[in-house]
Design a protein around this ligand. Sequence first.
Ligand SMILES: [Zn+2]
Length: 262
Amino acid sequence: MPIPRRYSTDAIVLSRFDYGEADRILTLITPGSGKLKAIAKGIRRPTSRIGGSLEPFAELNVLLARGRTFEVVTEVRVGHAWLNLRDSLESAATAWYLAELADRSLEERHAAEPVYALLRRAYELLDAGMAPGRVARWYEMHLADELGVRPEVDRCVECDRVLEVDGRFRWVPSLGGVLCDRCPGPPHDRSGLTLEALKLLKAYQRQDVEAIAGLRLGLATEREVEAALRDFLRYVLERDARSLAFLDEIRQDTPIATAIPS
Ligand SMILES: [Zn+2]
């Protein structure tokens, strides 16, 4: 059967930029076609029919026509808009960060149903008022899983020994997780990890997100896990997310530095 010239799909806007006189180019994530680029022609004109609907932080249903370089957006319907998410600058900045991680993780036009579902759920949680940092860590951990690089937090990445609670641990992104105190590991790219942080990393892998939302945690432990997962994703994606600088800037408390190698 020939591929239809027009098709409709659910989509979430990952990024966008203005193009030419009145057009806009969007990067969308869709369940069936993964990441794709689409052009919305004339969208910045006041008369545009699709102008107000083609926005981030919403699940859209778009009608697309196949184009040579980009798909062309012909119709947009808003399925669900996560309006509360925009009320806090931190949750909006976090939403951009999660979108950027999805964008950077995916190849164009490869089905990405699990990543789509993950982003959709993260936006629901931000919209429902869950702490943005916890939504972000939960998403980072599950995104790594979907990318096939689930961090190892149960056994030493070098000797495969089960990690003991009374041991000392180091976090080594280049080896894919935690190193025990008997293994030397690489000379750089490692930082000490407390038992509390190790437990929290395990919780992000194993507990459902509602349980994570209710955990009582020390700020230092949350910051340690934040640094650990940032370092891990920086290693996996080969650079820092651009939106992190903004997220750090708008956060009220002190931004964290990268974990210091021990
Ligand atoms: Zn070991």
